[in-house]
Design a protein around this ligand. Structure first.
Ligand SMILES: Nc1ncnc2c1ncn2[C@@H]1O[C@H](COP(=O)(O)OP(=O)(O)O)[C@@H](O)[C@H]1O
Ligand SMILES: [Mg+2]
Length: 282
């Protein structure tokens, strides 16, 4: 973090409802390769924001910065009014301790393309793990909550199953339940359906749609245009580390203004058509 980044007074407007996530001019490089070149984003409570963009545009990196799996080189991120990763003292920023970072990360659930379940633990043990280990919740309470969450994702009957005995769609639903077990304020999804066979995508999107309806604040990186159109309140198209275009799904997906957005969406449609043709031919 440099001294030239915007002042800490970009903090939430006094008295007003602040966004749950506010990113201002976020920059990130890897070995001199600028991957995020000044990303601005506000996500309000209860909103679903879909992040679209070609591979390599920095979508995953941006989510990882929000969740402090990466540190940022410039700009600021606030989650629920708290500066992420730093404590501000006047114009000076001090890194939070590992313990303070862990406390901030606890409020954010993340679901990855690869589900990363513990293979030697059952579905319910996977869901119970973090509340017990991280929050010190007692086993009985953790189990009860985990049962409710597995029912919520449609897997009440799979609580004793090991990940290896579950389909990819079921594993991803367990992963969502596991993230929800920490009672997050914010859920980050990084292409949660892109590793799934096409026939399993719908069951995961359904769970995500329910979660959105229940008021969860979500940032979703996805190539599922149907989902983005129906569920997103706001769509952000990223390309080469910048926000290229953003707005309602109707505007960005239905009537894109930028050439880069247009050609990306055209490519997506072609891929969809090819997938449908393959499925019809199979
Ligand atoms: N840990 C890392 N080290 C070096 N380069 C990285 C790292 N993570 C991501 N990158 C690079 O950053 C760019 C953006 O990657 P990523 O955020 O994964 O994009 P997206 O999710 O949009 O496909 C890519 O060029 C990628 O190779
Ligand atoms: Mg990615």
């Amino acid at each position: 973090m440099t001294e030239t980044t915007p002042s800490t007074s970009a903090r939430p407007r006094a008295g007003g409802e602040h966004p749950l996530v506010r990113a201002v001019n976020v920059m990130k490089s890897f070995h001199g390769n600028e991957v995020l070149k000044g990303i601005d984003l506000d996500v309000h409570r209860g909103e679903v924001v879909c992040l679209l963009g070609p591979s390599g545009s920095g979508k995953t990196t941006f989510l990882r910065c929000i969740n402090q799996l990466e540190s940022i080189d410039g700009g600021r991120i606030w989650v629920d009014g708290d500066l992420v990763g730093y404590r501000a003292e006047g114009e000076h920023l001090h890194h939070l301790t590992d313990k303070q970072v862990a406390a901030q990360r606890r409020d954010i659930g993340m679901v990855f393309q690869r589900f990363n379940l513990f293979p030697h633990k059952t579905a319910i043990e996977n869901v119970m793990e973090a509340p017990i280990q991280v929050k010190g919740v007692d086993k009985k309470t953790a189990r009860q909550h985990a049962e409710e969450l597995l029912a919520q994702v449609g897997l009440a009957d799979k609580s004793g199953a090991y990940p290896g005995a579950l389909s990819g769609g079921q594993q991803q639903r367990v992963a969502i339940a596991r993230a929800l077990a920490m009672d997050p304020k914010l859920m980050l999804f990084d292409e949660p359906t892109s590793a799934l066979d096409p026939e399993l995508v719908g069951e995961v999107l359904r769970v995500m749609r329910d979660l959105a309806s229940a008021g969860m604040t979500m940032i979703v990186v996805t190539h599922e245009m149907g989902f983005a159109r129906e569920v997103a309140d706001h769509v952000v198209f990223m390309d080469a580390g910048v926000v290229c275009e953003e707005g309602t799904p109707k505007d960005v997906i239905g009537n894109p203004q930028q050439d880069r957005t247009k050609s990306f969406l055209k490519r997506m449609r072609t891929e969809d058509d090819e997938a449908r043709a393959d499925a019809a031919g199979a």
